[in-house]
Ligand binder design. Structure first.
Ligand SMILES: Nc1ncnc2c1ncn2[C@@H]1O[C@H](COP(=O)(O)OP(=O)(O)OP(=O)(O)O)[C@@H](O)[C@H]1O
Ligand SMILES: [Mg+2]
Length: 402
């Protein structure tokens, strides 16, 4: 089919041609945002899901909705090494400048500017010129303790927004990469803001382990946030994800072709986009048949292995790779942690560090104590392709031969 007209959008955070199966979530968030604007209490959102299920796409869509509703928006993608204050400062600075231009801007904006300047110097972050404003009032966001200063800073900014009849939308992606301290500070800030009923709506997104991480950071976190889970698409939505974009280009799929794609992708959004895109390019004409899909399979698998899976695999040590291979031996998961080490032929504590490192890298997670699961869908079959034979983990021994 004409590659120029290929409607599919495989990638990270790329808006799909048909954003399907997430209507309820988007509608709920929209109502929450409108409640925030009318100063009614709402819980903030933390979107949880595995790699490639569409969290970033949802976060971006909610950000657009917030923008349309008149929110002032800060959006951050947490980097793996965590640097929340550094990323937050320029976003808040920009917001305060635009609040300052608003008709109702008053003293609260200046106070928030002062808090931002205090915060910047406490954490040694260049805030840039803040010409307007007063001498920073001592005592606001200036202790150097993030858990104290971040709530104070965000309260000051939210008060400034309230004073200007506006609201703040704070969007943070890849939340699992925040350090424990940063997460605790963020949760504490949301808690304080909720108690004061200030107009700040927080939306976070990340891997499913965040719920536990946030709960460990602050025990009240589970009551503070709603944690909607995004997962593989329901059957009908997955079908629409393929059919609707193709139909707009005048192209049809035979039902058996759709079934085949939904089977191999297990209805995971990212894989649907990749398969849709490859099959489109390879199929000679409409309608796309099951045979077209099957014929494309080796090329798609090669592409996914080389791009999507391989980059994750290459960042791991040999032992970490072997740990994942042992998990794959047991199937898609989740698996008992003890079974994984037994598959490797060792005691659990011999590989406990490797397991911890894999969790920190976001490769695996633990829903329940003693359980381990992949965060990347279909990673088990990739591991088997990559390492066809599982090697046991034999701690190195000295040879007895003389
Ligand atoms: N509801 C949906 N319907 C169809 N395609 C979707 C949907 N949501 C996301 N996609 C597609 O799936 C892919 C992955 O989306 P996205 O990057 O938002 O996932 P993610 O959950 O943020 O992944 P990661 O954890 O790796 O950041 C994109 O190509 C996007 O177009
Ligand atoms: Mg993402």
């Amino acid at each position: 089919m004409d590659r120029l007209r290929n409607p599919f959008a495989p990638g990270a955070g790329i808006q799909p041609p048909a954003l399907v199966g997430r209507e309820k979530l988007l509608e709920d968030a929209n109502i929450d945002m409108r409640r925030v604007l009318s100063r009614r209490p709402v819980k903030s959102l933390v979107i949880l899901g595995l790699r490639g299920v569409g969290k970033t796409v949802l976060l971006n869509r909610m950000k657009e909705d917030a923008d349309r509703l008149g929110f002032q928006i800060a959006k951050i993608e947490a980097p793996e090494q965590g640097a929340l204050p550094q990323l937050l400062v320029p976003e808040l600075r920009r917001i305060l400048f635009s609040l300052d231009l608003m008709a109702h801007a008053g003293n609260k904006v200046r106070q928030a500017m002062a808090a931002l300047r205090n915060f910047g110097s406490a954490f040694k972050i260049a805030v840039g010129e803040i010409e307007i404003g007063m001498t920073p009032g001592p005592g606001v966001a200036d202790t150097g303790n993030l858990e104290q200063d971040m709530p104070q800073l965000l309260i000051a900014v939210a008060e400034a927004a309230a004073d200007s009849q506006s609201a703040i939308g704070l969007f943070i992606d890849e939340l699992q990469y925040l350090s424990k301290k940063e997460l605790a500070a963020l949760v504490a800030a949301c808690h304080e803001i909720a108690q004061r009923n200030l107009p700040l709506f927080f939306v976070g997104a990340g891997l499913p382990q965040i719920a536990a991480l946030a709960g460990n950071a602050k025990s009240y976190a589970e009551r503070l946030f709603n944690y909607p889970e995004v997962d593989k698409l329901p059957y009908e939505a997955a079908r629409e994800a393929l059919v609707v974009p193709a139909q707009r280009e005048g192209v049809a799929f035979e039902p058996a072709a759709i079934d085949e794609i939904l089977r191999v992708t297990e209805r995971y959004p990212y894989f649907i986009q990749e398969w849709g895109s490859h099959v489109w390019n390879a199929a000679p004409k409409s309608p796309i048949t099951q045979a077209d899909v099957v014929a494309t399979e080796p090329a798609v698998i090669r592409h996914l292995d080389a791009n999507f899976f391989r980059v994750r695999f290459d960042r791991l040590t040999v032992l970490q790779q072997r740990y994942l291979r042992a998990m794959a031996e047991l199937g898609p998961g989740p698996h008992k942690t003890g079974d994984i080490s037994a598959t490797l032929g060792v005691e659990a504590n011999a590989v406990a560090t490797a397991r911890q490192q894999l969790i920190a890298k976001g490769m695996i997670w633990s829903q329940r104590h003693g359980e381990t699961a992949f965060t990347v869908p279909l990673f088990d079959s990739f591991m088997k392709r990559q390492i066809p034979v599982l090697e046991k983990h034999l701690p190195k021994r000295r040879s007895n031969k003389i």
